[in-house]
Design a protein around this ligand. Structure first.
Ligand code: SAM
Length: 273
């Protein structure tokens, strides 16, 4: 049954504050599941199942589905939709409070989700910035966010560097607002991240890499030298010396650095300490 009819049957209406735009287009649902490239033995974590439309497709394609939903009002709806699927477990909680690795155990896993857009970055960080990561993440996101995450050198941001450090990202396709009910006010896209087994660049530690990158992006539209000096609490001369040691012109701006250049800067910072 489609999400609108299901909610009406239970006397419920979508909650905008929880980003509830439900997928009701079978082609879009099939496309999302196909993009996840699931194997029959896979474990999938789905964030925000809503009325369970995507969950049903995932339950048919994978061995286990662990789905995490915050809105307790949906309990009777989800229990009804998912009754035929004994391979689905529902966790009623805020995904940001759930330790995904504990829930999944030692198994390899894939994350597939149509998440509320207002917490996209937090969810990406929660899922990726961990000692063990899903093999793949397939998520619907606001089109602008998909473009920012997949940006190239010249348009990089803290979000782009952070996600590209963890995996190969691709904007698979745009999604028409009509595939959601209710229609969102913004355009959407399907994002796929294939995570790396080890970082794509040579850094002393990912913590130090992110300290340097965060510092570099801490002052918008300023030269990198000033941002680094403020963000790392070092003198301007010391920031210039780091950039020179890394072979980066002191006048450059953070948006123009490649992942390899951030890594060189991190190595210079580590050597200076
Ligand atoms: N997956 C469903 C679909 O595609 O039809 C629903 C998608 S809807 C965009 C997002 C879902 O995430 C809603 O069911 C909402 O209640 C849930 N949600 C919102 N914030 C959440 C959070 N912090 N943790 C878990 N679920 C959340």
């Amino acid at each position: 049954m489609n999400p609108k009819a299901l909610l009406e049957q239970h006397g419920l209406s979508p909650r905008k504050s929880l980003g509830q735009n439900f997928l009701h287009d079978p082609n879009a649902l099939e496309k999302i599941v196909a993009t996840a490239d699931l194997m029959p033995n896979d474990t999938v974590v789905e964030i925000g199942p809503g009325t369970g439309a995507l969950t049903e497709y995932l339950a048919r394609a994978a061995r286990h589905v662990i789905t995490i939903e915050l809105d307790q009002r949906l309990r009777p709806v989800l229990e009804q939709t998912l009754a035929p699927y004994p391979n689905v477990a529902i966790i009623w909680d805020d995904v940001l409070n759930v330790d995904l690795l504990q829930v999944v155990g030692p198994k390899d896993f894939v994350v597939v989700a149509n998440v509320p857009y207002y917490i996209t970055s937090q969810i990406l960080r929660h899922v990726l910035d961990n000692y063990r990561r899903p093999r793949r993440v397939v998520m619907t996101v606001q089109l602008e966010v998909a473009e920012r995450v997949t940006a190239r050198v010249g348009d990089m941001s803290l979000l782009a560097v952070s996600v590209q450090f963890f995996g190969k990202v691709s904007l698979v396709s745009k999604l028409n607002p009509a595939v959601f009910w209710p229609r969102p006010d913004v355009d959407s896209a399907l994002l796929r991240i294939d995570t790396y087994d080890k970082p794509p660049v040579d850094v002393p530690s990912s913590e130090m890499f992110f300290r340097v990158v965060r510092a570099g992006f801490s002052q918008k539209r300023k030269q990198l030298k000033n941002a680094l000096s403020g963000g790392l609490a070092i003198k301007s001369d010391a920031a210039s010396a780091l950039l020179e040691a890394a072979g980066i012109d002191v006048k450059r701006r953070a948006e123009t650095l490649s992942l390899e250049e951030w890594a060189a800067l991190t190595r210079a910072y580590a050597a200076s300490k």
